[in-house]
Design a binder for this molecule. Sequence first.
Ligand SMILES: Cc1ncc(COP(=O)(O)O)c(C=O)c1O
Length: 485
Amino acid sequence: MSLYEKLANEIARSIRDGVLRVGDKLPSVREACASRGVSPSTVFQAYYLLEARGLIRARPRSGYYVNARGDCLPPEPDTSCPDGESTELAISERIFDILDSVRNRDVTPLGSAFPSPLLFPLPRLAQAMSAHLKRQDPLDTMEDLSPGNPGLRRQIALRYLIAGINVPASDIVVTNGALEALNLCLQAVTRPGDTVIVEAPTFYGALQALERHGLKALERHGLKALEVPTHPRTGVDLGAIETAIQRHAPTACWLMTQFQNPLGSLMPEEKKRQLVELLARHQIPLIEDDVYGELYFGATRPVPAKAFDKQGLVLHCSSFSKCLAPGYRIGWASAGRYAQRVQRLKLSSTLSASSPAQGAIAEYLEQGGYDRHLRRLRETLQAQQDLMANAIAREFPAGTRVTRPQGGFFLWLEMPAAVDALALHRQALARGISVAPGPIFSASGQFGNALRLNYGHPWDDAKADAIRSLGEMARAACQLAARPS
Ligand SMILES: Cc1ncc(COP(=O)(O)O)c(C=O)c1O
């Protein structure tokens, strides 16, 4: 990170923490140079960057002032309104087509589900793997079979402990990424034909898992998804969950309580507690997908719903894929009263996660430095969110709404109704830009005018151009629709 980016991040933190308030004047360039011991060009570049992030604004012949955050951003979307019916799924083909585009390096990856690999400490992980392999007793590989590497499970249990959650290492099953953990948990608590509550919109991987789970069992019916209204800031509507329980007798919930994909919503702590209590009253297990929990922008890590689980009904799943080691495919499930069932399903399906990858991550965590890496990653992501949100505000047509997540690396846009997100996705791909169109996040094909955009890649001219092109395409669709026929 260059000097001016560091300075910009420090000032951004002062704004976020309320030390610098809306309307406050920033020190003049001369004052900042003297107090920080940096050159005028460093201060100028930092101020330009903060301006591009929408955090400060220049007033002619007066200086730079703090903006109200979100002052110049479009409004947020409303709570979603799914139709309240359960849906059998046939969504996979559409999703595979779209995911294919993300593989191509020449495409600007706004549709990708991963942040840039350049944001991760890959050289240090490689060293940790080499150190681990040099020291490893060949017989240790047998110990790494499911439930997994004991050192890694201890480190994961320690991270729970730091978050104030008591999860014994013996309850943790290491998996091939969170997706396997989630699938195993789903298999542990449902049977084909059951109904599962999901958010609207939801992660397409959840919809694919529900669809496939039935097919695997050679039943005619997969699992049914029951989509519940979800607020872009505070997550699922608990009243709607209660009604859904009464009307549809669901067998499980699959929810993302923290930095939900794609909305970025974060359920407040009290709401998580109420959710766990509500489900406990009905003895319904909660599969909690928490892969983004470490990527918070606030002062402290929000706790997952698992923290309020007294009955072992929360199956908490996460991984290192989004915050440390993409490609290592190391995740885990802490499945409460279902832990043994999940472990046996793991043993009878893929046996274990890769032993060297488990060892490398255990070694890295033992060496320390993970929290320092996470702090840097969060700062970078927040800066990139500001830059992308401001570019969207400039380039997209009036009537566009955009989320303001407090963590993660996705923005969710709802464009005017005239814009067809699937058509825009095809058009964008022809110009070398990938996006994730809204309908892939819905069992019932809703969100036809929405997009999920990834800001987890360094902001550069290519990203700025991509947002400009997407905005142009959206505006053109609006103009076409407004033309008299
Ligand atoms: C919400 C959510 N859950 C789970 C996963 C899968 O995680 P992993 O790569 O660790 O399997 C993803 C990846 O996109 C995701 O967005």
